[in-house]
Ligand binder design. Structure first.
Ligand code: PMP
Length: 360
């Protein structure tokens, strides 16, 4: 007997998820914030948290954070579902909608997680590839979605790893013309010049928006993400969600961070400036191509194989970026996120040295 015979074929066919865990001096590979939560604030959070009961279960589903988010966004509290990172919600939404053969439209290239859960569930995946400049092919996306009577359309905006945003006009058109649910992943929206589509959930039952505390709110390590949808839609999705996945410390921390929104807004402003600085410095290097981005990261390519640049940066300079060359359309590309002033400068100098050494 082969134990593997018990597994879904879609699972056996999957590659394991791996992010290179190389230790490096400069880490710019996971789109994290380079800035931790200030130590005084961490201490204040822990001190207050010590007084809570750790022996009791928390609420089955968070109540306090949806309430606060509701006040901030001006959207009813039952529109929000809080989870242990937005990855959990990608799974929850997909499980509640996708079965064998369900059509799932995923514009490419994008965050692999969307395709992974769709594959596991046996979806009929439809792909629309970006144009040569890696912008969304909006007309084709709309045409494909228009032919979907039901199912799921998953769009990251700003999109990882291209950094491109979808236009507001397309979102509105999509919602009007497709029978599918539109899952809009706004993990990087704070870094975009374009506004969030969050308020559209009030009048569109087929829109689900994902947000996270992992990027602009510097909280990747504590895991906190949330979903916003029309209350009727959120009601169905909540039935599928695993109870108690939200750690009370993470929820408590998120509530505290929302009291310091100006700090994170300043950090976002700074990181956007860093992104612009890194982009222009890289563009000045011979043979380097940079893709304009709306997020806290961007793609770049050189005439050399991406794996070579990746290795050279890591081994000689201890700089870790993301080699995205296995993504469709990105054969020559790497992705790097905006770092602190020191990190960004170190990265740009390392790239210069690396290209000189390999004498492009
Ligand atoms: N969506 C996108 C587009 C992402 O890039 C990421 C993180 N890489 C996530 C969701 C997951 O974020 P979280 O930490 O909230 O699970």
């Amino acid at each position: 007997m082969d134990v593997r015979d018990n597994f879904r074929k879609s699972v056996l066919d999957l590659a394991p998820y791996a992010v290179s865990g190389h230790p490096a001096k400069i880490k710019l590979n996971q789109n994290e914030s380079p800035f931790d939560i200030p130590e005084s604030l961490k201490k204040e959070i822990i001190d207050e948290f010590v007084c809570k009961s750790w022996n009791r279960y928390p609420e089955v589903f968070s109540v306090a954070l949806p309430q606060r988010l509701s006040e901030i966004h001006g959207i009813p509290a039952d529109s929000f579902i809080v989870a242990n990172g937005s990855n959990e919600l990608i799974y929850t939404v997909a499980i509640s909608i996708v079965k064998e053969g369900t059509e799932v439209l995923i514009p490419q290239p994008t965050f692999y997680f969307f395709e992974k859960i769709s594959k596991i569930l046996g979806a009929n995946i439809k792909k629309v590839y970006a144009d040569k400049k890696l912008n969304f092919e909006e007309e084709e996306i709309l045409e494909t979605a228009r032919n979907m009577r039901r199912g799921l359309v998953i769009i990251g905006s700003p999109n990882n790893p291209t950094g491109k945003s979808i236009s507001r006009g397309l979102i509105v058109e999509l919602l009007k013309s497709t029978g599918a649910i539109v899952l809009l992943d706004e993990a990087y929206i704070e870094f975009s010049d374009k506004p969030s589509a969050v308020e559209l959930v009030k009048s569109n039952k087929n829109l689900v928006i994902l947000r996270t505390f992992s990027k602009a709110y510097s909280l990747a390590g504590l895991r906190m993400g949330y979903l916003v949808a029309h209350p009727e839609t959120a009601f169905e999705i909540l039935k599928v969600k695993i109870p108690f996945t939200v750690n009370p410390l993470s929820e408590f921390t998120a509530l505290k961070l929302l009291e310091h929104r100006e700090l994170f807004a300043d950090r976002v402003k700074f990181l956007k400036e860093q992104r612009a600085w890194m982009t222009s410095r890289l563009r000045a290097l011979e043979g380097v191509r940079v893709i304009d981005s709306d997020a806290n990261f961007f793609l770049f390519s050189t005439p050399l194989p991406a794996a070579k640049i990746f290795e050279e940066l890591l081994e000689r300079q201890s700089v870790l970026v993301r080699d995205v060359s296995s993504y469709p359309m990105l054969e020559k590309y790497l992705r790097v996120n905006a770092g602190s002033e020191e990190e960004s400068e170190y990265f740009v100098n390392s790239m210069q040295k690396c290209l000189e050494r390999l004498s492009v």
